[in-house]
Design a protein around this ligand. Structure first.
Ligand SMILES: NC(=O)C1=CN([C@@H]2O[C@H](COP(=O)(O)OP(=O)(O)OC[C@H]3O[C@@H](n4cnc5c(N)ncnc54)[C@H](O)[C@@H]3O)[C@@H](O)[C@H]2O)[C@@H](O)CC1
Ligand SMILES: [K+]
Length: 516
């Protein structure tokens, strides 16, 4: 499923109206009709049900007026609370406001504090609320009466249907200024808005429904809408089932260059995740003085000892051996817990420049390219980078807050600038391609915010890439599989998940995805 930004949604709306001649009021009619159906889903038989509709003065409010008409027609007792300047009401909303006025539906414009009491009473006796205060036209901070009304809605404990977006959620970012409606259901119009998928907006959305409201499908499937959700079907098509006559040598060979003193856990997690994700052979290359530790720590992973420049620290002296070794592997994962010694940074950059293997760069390998987009462009095959928000911020010289303000566009610019596939890890991990396409995962949970979870992801993507998925698709399938494994691990208690739990759940997750 595609996910859309406000600017693009406006283009699609305009095209529906101008190219296809669909009047705006018809789109609004469809929006309100669908909203009324979902209210029925929330409360059951509408007869005598008390429904409060909160409408703003924009088109989102207009959708609310249409819903009011349909709900009233089906026997509900509807009250409309109108907020905002009625003189600035849009043409389509005005048409629908006049209709509900003509139908003698109870409408109260909220102006003074005395009106709040009426809202409180109505809320107490209502069966369900419809939130049509703010849609895609909202940005920034909420002004006072809105904030108060939204708080009243949330405090009422009633079921709420939000139209298009929970009011107060910014459509392009998922940011919530001070407060937003906590919806039981959200009906998103045309396509789901980006903000419904990212936190904190995603937390306010409730169950998400999407309706095309009559917009021609060719407009909604436009290839220029370049955000797509990663779903089960997509990943099922990508993951190739193991044929019965395979041997380990053709199940994907992964070389991992990771670990430094005090950071051996990262290397262990990457390698184990690669094995659990189905790689046939996984080898860990480490500095000589760490080698014995890993020999004990890892059973199924082979280890190779590299020359070091200091205890446990790699430098250029390891380069010839690494380049030669890499030839025997399909994919090289580099950087997890490798450390930031300038000599190690130099080794990373030279290795990345000279090897012709597919690379997955994590953690310190990403840090090695701070301000050096041009030198990463020297990589022979487009690499995959797996930064978390902090690493992305450092790479781009921005703060995490600045990135969150415009995550998609900033990630797009980074992928284009570095000519790399970026897997940006956060509560909603995204895969970003230099051509601007973004894939957003639908798996994963808050329990996965735990040390080492990112190392597991790097191992998973490496294994899938080594198994023959193109870097383009390995990142998508890896992110989904990793999140799915985390969701399985969460069944035993989300808040206590540790990274090894995710590793151990990968085989079941893959089995679940591949199952017919
Ligand atoms: N053709 C279209 O564009 C369609 C639009 N539709 C609906 O129209 C919505 C978009 O309509 P609009 O562009 O009129 O915008 P909205 O109705 O989402 O919001 C505009 C209103 O919000 C107020 N507002 C904006 N930012 C605010 C802030 N920070 N604090 C307080 N008030 C603020 C504005 O003053 C204005 O009254 C969609 O979300 C959807 O629900 C649907 O009717 C379908 C067709
Ligand atoms: K809304």
């Amino acid at each position: 499923m595609k996910v859309i930004t406000v600017a693009k949604m406006r283009e699609v709306d305009s095209a529906a109206m101008e190219q296809y001649g669909i009047p705006a009021v018809a789109l609004m009619e469809n929006a309100g009709t669908e909203a009324a159906k979902l209210v029925e889903k929330l409360v059951g038989n509408l007869k005598n049900k008390k429904i409060c509709i909160f409408s703003g003065s924009g088109n989102n409010g207009g959708d609310g007026f249409v819903a009011a008409r349909h709900l009233s027609n089906r026997g509900a007792r509807v009250k409309i609370f109108l907020l905002g300047n009625i003189d600035h009401i849009t043409d389509e909303a005005k048409i629908n406001l006049e209709i509900v006025e003509n139908m003698n539906i109870d409408i109260l414009q909220l102006v003074t504090e005395r009106d709040w009491d009426k809202v409180q009473v109505a809320l107490a006796f209502s069966d369900c609320l419809v939130d049509a205060l703010l849609g895609t036209g909202f940005k920034g901070n909420l002004t006072e009466p809105l904030e108060q009304i939204i708080q009243m809605i949330n405090n009422s404990g009633k079921k709420v249907l939000s139209i298009d977006l929970p009011s107060g959620v910014e459509a392009d970012t998922g940011n919530v200024a001070s407060v937003a409606v906590k919806a039981s259901m959200t009906l998103s119009l045309g396509l789901a808005k980006v903000g419904l998928l990212f936190y904190p907006g995603a937390q306010m959305t409730g169950e998400l429904f999407v309706d095309d409201i009559g917009i021609p499908s060719v407009l909604l499937e436009d290839s220029k809408i370049n955000q797509t959700l990663i779903d089960l079907e997509m990943v099922r098509r990508l993951l190739v089932k193991r044929s019965p006559d395979v041997h380990k040598g053709i199940c994907g060979r992964v070389l991992v260059i990771a670990g430094s003193p005090g950071l051996t856990g990262a290397a262990a997690l990457v390698t184990k995740a690669a094995l659990r994700s189905g790689a046939g052979v996984v080898t860990l290359a480490v500095a000589k003085s760490l080698h014995d530790i890993f020999e004990v720590k890892l059973t199924e992973v082979m280890t190779v000892s590299l020359p070091e420049i200091d205890t446990g620290i790699l430098g250029l002296s390891a380069l010839p051996k690494l380049l030669e070794l890499a030839q025997q592997y399909d994919v090289v994962e580099i950087g997890s817990g490798l450390g930031r010694n300038p000599a190690t940074v130099e080794l990373i950059q030279e290795f990345v420049r000279q090897t012709d293997r597919q690379l997955i760069l994590d953690a310190d390998a990403i840090n090695a390219y701070h301000g050096k987009a041009l030198s990463l462009k020297e990589a022979q095959i487009m690499p995959i980078l797996t930064p978390h928000l902090g690493e992305l911020a450092t790479l781009l010289n921005l703060s995490i807050e600045e990135i969150k303000e415009d995550l998609l566009e900033i990630s797009r610019r980074a992928a284009a600038e570095y000519n790399a596939i970026f897997v940006v890890k956060s509560a909603k991990t995204i895969v970003v391609y230099p051509d601007g396409n973004i894939y957003i995962t639908t798996t994963g949970n808050a329990g996965m915010a735990t040390a080492g979870s990112g190392d597991v992801l790097a191992g998973t993507i490496s294994a899938l890439s080594a198994q023959g998925l193109l870097s383009y698709t390995a990142a998508i399938a890896g992110v989904y599989l990793h999140g799915f494994a985390g969701d399985l691990a969460a069944r035993a208690g989300m808040s206590g998940i540790i990274a090894s739990d995710i590793v151990n759940a990968i085989p079941s997750a893959r089995f679940g995805i591949e199952a017919e």
